[in-house]
Design a protein around this ligand. Structure first.
Ligand code: KIV
Ligand code: ZN
Length: 452
């Protein structure tokens, strides 16, 4: 049995379909910066823009084509000569150019938008691809609104464009209407019925109007698609496009279900997401899978306790694997003693159980009032609890003060002690996350409850 895994080409359309997202338009220099990051990310194709749409977009595509030399650079064109010529003018200096021609094929688009018959649609698609092919070897064709197109007619259009020289057939779910099994069946139908299909790459382009973009893209891969079109952070028209990071990490985390490889350097995902957000000034939704700020944050006490003991308890991938600097324990009203103690240690304080219980009670009262307890709140709380007037024998002893107790004789009494940053020898786990010293085994069940 062959163990070879199929390679999936990642076609990034952040700079074209993503840019069509409200508030996400990018200038020339911004597109160029983003294109360099997409190159570092290892995508196979960068769709750099739609050159006929504006002079700015034309120049941006041209600049990207001139300097980003490893990936294929694609430019979009409607199925007409002026668009295709303009796309080619922008692309012609690329190391690997691709013209991407699209034409709607659903009856609703033909009747109301294009006002052409099915026969005219087939002829226009064929002519456009033939013309694009006369300029560029690599031609992709997209039947817009494919998932609402009569499948027999869709196959007829695809037959014509393959014959005219298309090398990639991209199947767009333009309005995010299809469902995973249905989309998989459509890809299977195309594989079975389109003449010459074995010579071309099938691609999936899924929108997220019903939240199915990634599921549809993954199902298309299972059905034989070998290119996926996607965007960073899932930006794009309306509800967006399938998110690159989600597709790639689904394949990486679940190779048992999706035994495919991509060229994506997953450690560059977070940087790409952050750069896009910085350029567009559109923040990433906090609970966005993979790239949201909460994607690796744990607030509930039971979760925090588990993650500190072993991140695999609640993390299916490491933050590091997608370039997120560190796992983040959020201190809020659901947090437990374990996480609180850990954060205190990181701030330079170590408490025994009784002392931590005391500080924990105050912490819970505070967390009830404010959403997130930040480090400065915690330091204030520690200092407050530690006020000499509150107790003759303070329950809480700053570690730095304890460590320096023996040196007290040589320390002038009027010099205040400043807590040192976490002076205990910490251990880090395989993911680089600091873990506390091993719990004694007979305390483990108790710790689990106490940690909450
Ligand atoms: O969603 C869509 O149909 C598109 C095409 C231009 C590929 O973006
Ligand atoms: Zn689209």
């Amino acid at each position: 049995m062959s163990t070879e895994r199929a390679r999936i080409n990642v076609f990034d359309t952040t700079l074209r379909d993503g840019e069509q997202s409200p508030g996400c338009s990018m200038h020339h220099q911004e597109k160029l910066r983003m294109a360099h990051q997409l190159d570092r990310l290892g995508v196979d194709v960068i769709e750099a823009g739609f050159p006929i749409s504006s002079d700015g977009d034309f120049e941006a595509v041209r600049a990207i084509a001139a300097v980003v030399r490893r990936p294929i650079i694609a430019a979009l064109a409607r199925a007409c000569r002026p668009d295709i010529e303009r796309a080619w003018q922008a692309l012609k200096d690329a190391a690997h150019p691709r013209i991407h021609v699209f034409l709607a094929t659903s009856d609703i688009h033909l009747q109301y938008k294009l006002r052409i018959t099915r026969d005219e649609c087939v002829a226009q698609a064929r002519e456009a691809v033939r013309f694009a092919k006369s300029l560029c070897d690599d031609v992709e064709f997209s039947p817009e609104d494919a998932t609402r197109t009569d499948p027999d007619f869709l196959c007829r259009v695809l037959d014509a464009v393959v014959e005219a020289g298309a090398t990639t057939l991209n199947i767009p779910d333009t309005v995010g209407y299809t469902m995973p099994t249905e989309f998989g069946e459509l890809i299977t139908t195309i594989r079975q019925r389109v003449k010459g299909i074995e010579r071309v790459t099938i691609s999936a382009h899924c929108h997220n109007d019903l939240g199915m973009g990634v599921a549809n893209a993954l199902t298309a891969i299972l059905a034989g698609a070998r290119q996926v079109e996607c965007t960073i952070n899932g930006i794009g028209e309306r509800a967006g496009n399938a998110a690159l990071e989600e597709i790639v990490m689904a394949m990486r985390v679940r190779p048992d279900r999706y035994p495919y490889d991509t060229g994506v350097v997953s450690e560059q995902i977070f940087a790409a997401s952050q750069l896009l957000s910085e350029i567009t000034t559109v923040p990433v939704q906090p609970n966005k899978a993979i790239t949201g700020r909460n994607a690796f944050a744990h607030e509930a006490g039971i979760h925090q306790d588990g993650v500190l003991k072993n991140p695999l308890t609640y993390e299916i991938m490491t933050p590091k694997s997608v370039g997120v600097p560190d796992s983040k324990l959020v201190l809020g009203k659901h947090s437990g003693r374990h996480a609180l103690g850990m954060r205190c240690e990181q701030l330079g304080y170590q408490f025994d159980r009784r002392a931590l219980d005391d500080i924990y009670r105050r912490f819970v009262r505070l967390a009830d009032k404010i959403k997130h307890v930040e480090d400065h709140h915690l330091l204030e709380l520690i200092r407050d609890t530690h006020k000499p007037s509150t107790s003759a024998t303070p329950l809480i002893e700053p570690l730095a003060a304890a460590a320096s107790a023996t040196a007290a004789a040589t320390t002038p009494s009027n010099v205040p002690e400043t807590p040192k940053p976490f002076p205990l020898a910490t251990q880090t786990n395989a993911f680089g996350v600091p873990v506390p010293a091993q719990a004694e085994s007979h305390h483990e069940q108790e710790d689990y409850l106490w940690g909450v």
